[in-house]
Design a protein around this ligand. Structure first.
Ligand SMILES: Cc1cc2nc3c(=O)[nH]c(=O)nc-3n(C[C@H](O)[C@H](O)[C@H](O)COP(=O)(O)OP(=O)(O)OC[C@H]3O[C@@H](n4cnc5c(N)ncnc54)[C@H](O)[C@@H]3O)c2cc1C
Length: 489
C-alpha cells in the first residue's frame, strides 16, 4: 500500500487489536472509538488524508524509487537540498494542522527509519544479515506507509546503577534467549508516546547504555507489530476527557497518550532484528546513521509551526483585552517573536549548509539543529509563563460550553465580552490559551518539550563536549601573549 488515507490508517490500527490498557481495563473493540483515543486518531487520519489532497500531494508524497507509486515524503532519502526543503514543507504542513502539539506525528520516526535504512551497512558490523534486515524494513515502512511508536528508555527505578544491577535483571527489557524463531525479550521500556495507536513499535537502543559487558543483554534494535503476542501498552490517564472542541480545544484533538511498554517473553522474529547484544554497535547507531540529525530536522521544523501558533494566540489574547499598548506586554510578545525567528533561522542554516553524508544522503548541518534542541526546552516553558502573565484571571474566567447553553448566557454575554468581540469568542480563545499553558494537556506539552529528546542536562553536556572550542581558546591565548610581549619591551 503506497501513501495511505486516514481511513486506511484507522482500519489497520483497529484491526490489529493491540494489547492496550487504560484505567485498569484492556481496550476491547475498535480503539479508534475509545474515548481516550478517538480524538487523536481522527486527527492522525486527517494528516494521512492530506497526502491525497490534490493541492498538496505533489509535496506530501513522492515517487517510490522501487515501485513508482506515490509514497509519503517523510520517507524520502534526500539527495539534494531541494529534497530536504520539500520534506520540511511536508512536515510543517502536518505540524501546522496540529499546531505542533503532536510531537510524535508519524514523520518523526519516518525520517529516523530513513536514516537507519540508508545507513543499513552500519548494522552489518555484527552480521551482514542485520544490514539486510534494516534496509528491507525501511523499504517495508515506506511502501506500506507504516506508523510507528518507539521506545528508547529503561524504567526509572534507580538511575545510579546499570540495568543489570537492579533488583531484578528483567525490570529493563532484556534479551532472555535466542530461539530458532527469534529473540525473546522480557521486561519493560518507557515511554512510547502514541503507543497502541500506530502499526508498529521501534525498539531501538538508548544512547545511554554503559560500555560494560553486563549491559550487552540490554543492547538491541528491532521493530515489531504492536499486536505481537506478549507486548502490552500501559497508558497513563487520558487528557482527552471527552469534552467538546470548545471546552478542551487541544486535548480533544491532539492527546497523543504516553505508554509504558511491557514485553512478556515477546518473540522478535529474526528478520526484524537489526542489532543484538552489542553495546558498542547500539550506542553508535543514532549518531553514525545521522538519524539524530534527520529527527532533529523534523523536531525543529515542527517547533517553527508550534511557535507560530503560540505567537498568533498570544497576539489574539493581547488584542482581545486591549493590552498591546503596555511596554512589558510588547516585550513579552517580542520574546516569542525572537524565539520564532531564531528557530526559523536554525532550520534555514541547517538546510543551507547541508551536505551529502557517507551514506549518500543530503544531511542538514547538525550544529544549528543541535543548538535548537538545546534552546527549545528552555524557551517553551517561558511561553507558558508569558501566557499566564498576560492571561491572568482570563485563564480562569472560562465557563464551558454547557454554561453558554444554559440560562447563564445573558450573564456571560454581559460580563465576559471583550474589547474586540462577544463573550463566546473570548472564552473560546481563553480556553485555548488555558489548554496550552494550564490544563493537564498543556502542562504535559511543557514536560514534553523539556524531555522528549532526552535529558536536557546530558544534551547540553553532549553539546559542550562535542563543540570545537579550540579556535576561540587559541585566540584568547594569542591575545594574552600579545600583552606580555608589550610588558617585556
Ligand atoms: C511527555 C514525554 C513523552 C515522551 N515520549 C517518548 C517516546 O515516545 N519514546 C521514548 O523512547 N521516550 C519518550 N520520552 C522519554 C524521554 O526520552 C525521557 O524523558 C528523557 O530521555 C529523560 O529520561 P528519563 O525520563 O528517564 O529521566 P531520568 O534519566 O530518570 O532523569 C531524571 C532526573 O535525573 C537526572 N539524571 C539522571 N541520570 C543522570 C545522569 N546520568 N547524569 C545527569 N543527570 C542525571 C536528570 O537530569 C533528571 O533531572 C518521553 C518523555 C516525556 C516527558
Amino acid at each position: 500500500m503506497p501513501a495511505k488515507t486516514g481511513k486506511e490508517y484507522i482500519e489497520r490500527v483497529d484491526q490489529a487489536q493491540a494489547n492496550v490498557w487504560i484505567d485498569g481495563e484492556q481496550v476491547k473493540g475498535k480503539i479508534s472509538e475509545h474515548p481516550a483515543f478517538k480524538g487523536v486518531m481522527k486527527t492522525q487520519a486527517e494528516l494521512y488524508d492530506m497526502q491525497h489532497d490534490p493541492k498538496k500531494k505533489d509535496f506530501m508524497t513522492y515517487e517510490s524509487p522501487t515501485t513508482g507509486d506515490r509514497v509519503g515524503t517523510s520517507f524520502i532519502q534526500p539527495r539534494t537540498k531541494e529534497d530536504l526543503e520539500m520534506r520540511r514543507k511536508m512536515m510543517q504542513e502536518w505540524a501546522r494542522h496540529n499546531n505542533g502539539m503532536m510531537g510524535r506525528s508519524p514523520d518523526y520516526i519516518n525520517v529516523g527509519m530513513m536514516a537507519y535504512g540508508s545507513a543499513s551497512e552500519m548494522f552489518g558490523k555484527q552480521d551482514p544479515f542485520y544490514a539486510q534486515n534494516m534496509s528491507k524494513y525501511y523499504e517495508y515502512c515506506r511502501e506500506n506507509d507504516l506508523s510507528l511508536t518507539h521506545t528508547l528508555i529503561q524504567p526509572q527505578v534507580n538511575r545510579g546503577v546499570n540495568a543489570a544491577q537492579l533488583p531484578d535483571p528483567y525490570i529493563a527489557a532484556r534479551i532472555k534467549e535466542k530461539t530458532s524463531e527469534g529473540v525473546v525479550i522480557k521486561g519493560a521500556r518507557l515511554l512510547a508516546t502514541q503507543g497502541g495507536i500506530t502499526d508498529e513499535i521501534m525498539v531501538f537502543p538508548s544512547t545511554l547504555l554503559k560500555q560494560a559487558e553486563e549491559e550487552n543483554p540490554y543492547a538491541y534494535a528491532f521493530s515489531i507489530p504492536n499486536n505481537t503476542p506478549g507486548l502490552k501498552f500501559i497508558c497513563r490517564e487520558s487528557f482527552d476527557y471527552g469534552k467538546s472542541n470548545f471546552d478542551h480545544p487541544l486535548g480533544s484533538r491532539f492527546e497523543e497518550m504516553d505508554t509504558i511498554v511491557v514485553f512478556d517473553d515477546v518473540v522478535v522474529p529474526w528478520d526484524r532484528v537489526f542489532a543484538l547484544g552489542d553495546v558498542g554497535v547500539c550506542n553508535q547507531a543514532y549518531n553514525e546513521s545521522n538519524a539524530v540529525v534527520h529527527m532533529t530536522h523534523q523536531v525543529v521544523s515542527k517547533n517553527v509551526a508550534k511557535t507560530e501558533f503560540i505567537l498568533g494566540l498570544v497576539q489574539l489574547m493581547i488584542e482581545t483585552i486591549n493590552i498591546g499598548q503596555y511596554q512589558h506586554v510588547q516585550e513579552k510578545a517580542s520574546e516569542i517573536i525572537i524565539a520564532l525567528e531564531t528557530v526559523k533561522s536554525y532550520v534555514a542554516a541547517a538546510e543551507a549548509n547541508a551536505k551529502v553524508d557517507k551514506w549518500g544522503i543530503m544531511t542538514p548541518d547538525f550544529t544549528p539543529l543541535n543548538i535548537a534542541r538545546n534552546y527549545y526546552p528552555k524557551i517553551y516553558p517561558r511561553f507558558s509563563e508569558i501566557m499566564q502573565l498576560l492571561g491572568a484571571s482570563g485563564l480562569m474566567a472560562i465557563p464551558n460550553e454547557a454554561d453558554f447553553n444554559s440560562e447563564l448566557r445573558p450573564d456571560l454575554d454581559k460580563y465576559l465580552q471583550s474589547a474586540t468581540g462577544n463573550a463566546y469568542d473570548r472564552v473560546k480563545l481563553y480556553r485555548l490559551a488555558w489548554d496550552v499553558c494550564m490544563s493537564a494537556f498543556g502542562t504535559r506539552q511543557t514536560l514534553y518539550e523539556r524531555f522528549f529528546f532526552g535529558d536536557p542536562v546530558r544534551m547540553a553536556s553532549a553539546l559542550y563536549n562535542g563543540y570545537d572550542k579550540q579556535e576561540y581558546v587559541d585566540r584568547v591565548k594569542e591575545f594574552l601573549d600579545r600583552s606580555e610581549e608589550l610588558v617585556q619591551k
